[in-house]
Design a protein around this ligand. Structure first.
Ligand code: HEM
Length: 148
């Protein structure tokens, strides 16, 4: 029962994460007026929630004895491929995360955020999205014990 719920939440993280990173990218490409910024920051918040959900449910599934057991994952090369991709996303996310926090602060103070690097942020966002898609394939292969 717990394993099914945690598994559902892990998939739900994908249902939140992929659309939010897509819409964050779209907002970055569009005009960053008040409405554009509002859409961007809303998508960014959902992306953050998805990340937390991924980490919490993923750790529980891997090391909480809910699925195939810690030993299975620690010795599965594709688990490490998946973790490497995830760490890559986290590293890529540092710059957008810091930037969007600054933008929130600027807007909160009634100022205007500096959006000069929106195109570069779009590119980083796009790479993150591609890595999430790649992770889904790696996860599915890993879950079936492939690549061992
Ligand atoms: C962007 C982040 C992530 C994505 C897109 C993702 C995607 C997925 C998907 C689609 C599955 C289902 C595979 C299947 O049953 O066919 C899965 C399973 C799983 N994921 Fe993730 N995941 C992410 C993050 C994480 C993290 C951070 C961890 C661990 C720290 C983790 C650990 C697991 C485990 C243990 C399973 C169960 C595999 C099994 O059934 O044996 N995931 N993941």
């Amino acid at each position: 029962m717990v394993s099914a719920i945690v598994s559902a939440l892990h998939v739900l993280a994908l249902a939140l994460g992929l659309p939010s990173v897509y819409f964050r990218g779209r907002a970055l490409k569009g005009p960053l007026d008040a409405d554009g910024l509002r859409r961007l920051l809303a998508a960014d918040s959902v992306w953050g929630i998805a990340a937390l959900l991924w980490i919490a449910t993923g750790l529980l599934r891997a090391f909480g004895g809910l699925e195939k057991g810690t030993q299975f994952y620690l010795t599965a090369p594709l688990f490490w491929v998946k973790m490497t991709l995830f760490v890559l996303i986290l590293l890529l996310e540092i710059w957008p995360m810091v930037t969007f926090i600054r933008w929130r602060v600027a807007l909160g103070r009634g100022g205007q955020p500096d959006t000069a690097h929106a195109r570069e942020l779009y590119l980083v966002n796009h790479i993150e999205m591609a890595l999430v898609v790649l992770m889904v394939f790696v996860a599915s292969f890993m879950a079936r014990g492939l690549g061992r």
